[in-house]
Design a protein around this ligand. Structure first.
Ligand SMILES: [Zn+2]
Length: 436
């Protein structure tokens, strides 16, 4: 089922035409209204009239996260402040946050993107959608909310936290679709397991899980599907480009469709900055083709992935993105080896003895990187003998060595001893960064 069949199944030639028209307009609009774009284009020797079609996009300069910080808070806005109707901001754990401004048209496009995703997941006006993403500056809560409302579903805006109330309302209002981060979904699932008054099969009506805002793995998908008796879907997005709903999976779950009539994707080699061959892995770059408030042109996301242009079995012609291997921001370099936390998570979830909760600590002692991982036992394995636990630990270490190529020190910890996340999970402490 489609939310916007004409667009979602548009012939690619026609789509290309639409993208070209929108890019030409966007480049003139940003050049005329934003000093940042005017200066960068002048430096690159490109004028708006040099951009005649989407094929010319590679002539345009890139934008990076640091540029948005340097032009904090609103100097990259293209619309006058009287037309801005909402702000959001990135979490900004280091330095200033990134502020995004939206016009009413931007909010309409954003909620359309989310509505297309929800419809692809089978959500209709018959559903009760519980939004357990945080509401506020974070785009997750209000973004999912507006999209669910656009579909005509009944929205239950619980925000994150207060888990026992979440479960109570989930039961009593018969929630069918749950939107949150995968780590919060895991925490909710564990809380339901430990709640003697709630049985997933008998008391809950969940059917669909809509998870995003952090990278997650196929093993986490299986875990959440088994625990919550749902089909779990990925929703992709980022504040700099709009918010959740830049793309989402369809029922075939063979990649994430990107709504490229609004968000034009490219893949570049992060070193040479040249476009890669179609289908090759590289850094994802977005140009917002319809945004007015804070448009971005060739914004480097630092997400590493590849694009699939073949028509999908679902009938959508919109390009699909492969699973994000990790944000290059999240990547750790330990003893010269690239390590993504999502790879560690995937290995841990292959073993039935562990919950998906883990914590990685990296440090440097005597010029050598240390690499420690705490993993949490499931309660039913807590009473096992020391021999058995050592055996389980060896299996995990063996698996991690074969996948990562380096050996971590694994510490098995008791059930529920790793702090749970209500929003985006914090799985890593890199002490090397603290001492520099
Ligand atoms: Zn599809």
């Amino acid at each position: 089922m489609y939310f916007n069949e004409r667009i979602e199944t548009m012939e690619r030639l026609q789509l290309r035409q639409l993208q070209s028209e929108r890019l030409v307009k966007l480049v003139k609009y940003t050049y005329d209204n934003v000093k940042f774009y005017r200066e960068r284009m002048d430096e690159a020797g490109v004028k708006p009239e040099d951009i005649k079609s989407i094929d010319d996009i590679s002539k345009l300069p890139f934008m990076k996260k640091q540029d948005l910080r340097d032009y904090y808070p609103t100097d990259t806005f293209a619309a006058p402040m009287k037309d801005i109707v909402r702000f959001h901001a990135s979490s900004g754990t280091t330095g200033k946050p990134i502020v995004a401004g939206y016009t009413q048209h931007d909010l309409d496009c954003w909620s359309e993107g989310v509505a297309r995703c929800l419809t692809a997941y089978g959500v209709t006006k018959e559903d009760v959608v519980q939004v357990s993403y945080g509401y506020g500056l974070f785009t997750g809560g209000l973004g999912a909310h507006d999209g669910a409302q656009k579909v005509g579903a009944a929205v239950l805006p619980t925000s994150s936290g207060n888990t026992s109330k979440q479960i109570l309302l989930m039961k009593d209002l018969k929630t069918t679709a749950l939107c949150c981060t995968p780590s919060y979904a895991l925490f909710l699932a564990e809380s339901i397991e430990n709640d003697p008054n709630t049985d997933v099969e008998k008391d809950l009506h969940l059917r669909v899980g809509i998870f995003g805002a952090e990278p997650w793995t196929e093993n986490m998908r299986k875990e959440l599907e088994n625990k919550l008796h749902i089909k779990a879907y990925d929703i992709y997005g980022l504040t700099e480009v709009s918010g959740p709903g830049v793309g989402g999976e369809c029922e075939y779950q063979d990649g994430t469709h990107l709504w490229e009539d609004m968000f034009f994707p490219e893949i570049i080699d992060p070193v040479t900055l040249q476009p890669v061959e179609p289908g090759q892995e590289g850094e994802l770059v977005f140009t917002t083709l319809t945004k007015e408030g804070m448009p971005v042109v060739r914004y480097r996301t630092r997400d590493l992935t590849h694009l699939i242009y073949d028509k999908c079995r679902c009938g959508r012609t919109m390009v699909r993105m492969g699973r994000i291997l990790g944000r290059s921001d999240d990547m750790l370099i330990i003893r010269g080896v690239n390590v993504f936390p999502s790879t560690i998570e995937s290995c841990i979830l292959e073993l039935p003895e562990f919950t998906g909760q883990y914590f990685v600590t990296v440090d440097r002692v005597n010029n050598v990187d240390t690499f420690d991982i705490e993993v949490e036992l499931r309660p039913e394995f807590y009473g096992e003998s020391m021999d058995k636990l050592l055996h389980i630990k060896d299996r995990l270490v063996g698996r991690l060595v074969s996948v990562l190529g380096i050996k971590p020190v694994v510490h098995i910890v008791e059930p529920n001893s790793i702090e749970r996340s209500m929003g985006k999970a914090k799985h890593v402490l890199d002490k090397r960064k603290l001492s520099n």
